[in-house]
Ligand binder design. Structure first.
Ligand SMILES: [Ca+2]
Ligand SMILES: [Ca+2]
Length: 89
């Protein structure tokens, strides 16, 4: 498994790559990302203000407001979060 490191100068993650990464943080394996799982993901990816950003991303992407990000909603989330400059070292 590759090690993903956030650096200021490196290759930007594509939306597909970011999506694949986030799906690994589905800790309970229910196929959805809870707010807690998303916060943990952003934190592990080295994002600053990970809790705040997770909340922002949630507000943007959780279309039905049930507190979980499904596969479809994850596409929206990734589109939004990819602007934050996740990169591969
Ligand atoms: Ca989950
Ligand atoms: Ca939802």
């Amino acid at each position: 498994m590759p090690t993903w490191v956030i650096r200021s100068v490196s290759i930007p993650l594509s939306e597909d790559q970011l999506k694949g990464l986030l799906k690994r943080y589905d800790a309970n394996g229910d196929g959805q990302l809870s707010r807690k799982e998303l916060k943990q993901a952003f934190h592990n990816l080295g994002l600053k203000h990970s809790g705040w950003r997770a909340n922002r991303a949630f507000q943007h992407a959780d279309a039905n407001g049930d507190g979980f990000i499904t596969e479809d909603e994850l596409n929206q989330l990734v589109k939004y979060a990819s602007k934050w400059g996740f990169t591969i070292s």
